[in-house]
Design a protein around this ligand. Structure first.
Ligand code: 13P
Ligand code: SF4
Length: 301
């Protein structure tokens, strides 16, 4: 059955001039059928440069929205519209206006894990892979406001001399990982390096040998001569790590690192969305026009 669906995806993809982009957290079969897998930054860059007419985004809503912002003339599909990101929903455009009133003139750096309407009120976007570079790009500003992730903001603040104010959002999956859980895993696997995502709490990052975006972690384990790793991010990344490094061992930092939204899209959903070119993700021209400035400014950094 699975093979039949995979063949169907390949056939439909060619017929519809479609590209399939998948985030590193997607289920294995979705990563296998994707033309490109990556972290948010890599997927944004790919969405900005593709010549395909249809982009099937296997990820969550904010990622597909970013692709729609960058590609107004293309059909952008999110096979399951209800796949969202709880952190993205922790800040609204009204909250952004209030921040601007309280911090006039302060650049607002917004994590891509946000709605297009929130990006539209931002000075620039950032991802987990470039937050320090983006903050440092404001040569004339000594204060920056970061939204919506408090943990990414605290991590970035450790690597810049600028004063960082931040919104209080968080990723429920990464924020839930405790230092105690990590210590227990380290005791169980004393030879393993611990890699953590910047969405984790500061006390968890204190225990990390390396802090990276999802693709940064993947590159690191591929290049490392080390043989075992404890992984402090969503468990989907373990699939490419294990496949690309069959001689190395990978352990999740806890058994709870599962993002339910990232697991919603099935192979059958991808087939159906290629057949119907639905459900589409669109962004109003008014919001798109403002949001694209923040996204393009990030891509230029
Ligand atoms: P990356 O950009 O590091 O892949 O992270 C995206 C994300 O949603 C992390 O929870
Ligand atoms: Fe959002 Fe966290 Fe899921 Fe990433 S892992 S999509 S930040 S809820």
């Amino acid at each position: 059955m699975t093979y039949k669906l995979i063949d169907l995806v390949r056939k439909l993809k060619a017929e519809k001039h479609a590209i399939i982009l998948a985030h590193n957290y997607q289920p294995p079969v979705i990563q296998e059928i994707a033309d490109l897998t990556g972290d948010s930054l890599e997927l944004s860059r790919q969405a900005a440069s593709t010549t395909a007419e249809v982009i099937v985004f296997c990820g969550v809503a904010f990622m597909a929205e970013t692709a729609a912002v960058l590609n107004p003339d293309k059909t952008v599909i999110l096979p399951r519209l209800e796949a969202g990101c709880p952190m993205a929903d922790m800040i609204t455009p009204e909250n952004m206006l209030a921040i601007k009133r309280e911090h006039p003139g302060v650049p607002i750096v917004t994590y891509v894990n946000s709605t297009a309407a929130v990006k539209a009120e931002s000075t620039v976007c950032c991802t987990s892979a470039n937050s320090i570079r983006v903050v440092e790009s404001f040569q004339d500003a000594d204060t920056i406001y970061m939204t919506p992730d408090q943990n990414l903001a605290k991590y970035t603040a450790r690597h810049t001399r600028k004063k960082i104010h931040y919104w209080h959002g968080y990723c429920p999956i990464h924020h839930n990982l405790s230092a105690q859980q990590v210590r227990r895993r380290k005791e169980a696997y004393p030879d393993a390096l611990f890699l953590a995502h910047p969405e984790c709490r500061p006390e968890v990052l204190d225990l990390a040998d390396m802090v990276q975006s999802t693709s940064g972690m993947l590159r690191y384990v591929n290049e490392s001569s080390h043989r075992s790793f404890i992984i402090g991010t969503e468990e989907g990344i373990l699939y490419p790590m294990r496949r690309q490094n069959p001689d190395k061992s990978f352990y999740p930092a806890s058994d709870d690192l599962i993002c339910p939204d990232m697991k919603k899209i099935t192979l059958a959903d991808v087939v159906q969305s290629l057949q119907t070119l639905q459900p589409r993700v669109t962004v109003s021209e008014e919001i798109r026009h403002k949001a694209i400035k923040a996204v393009e400014r990030m891509l230029a950094v």
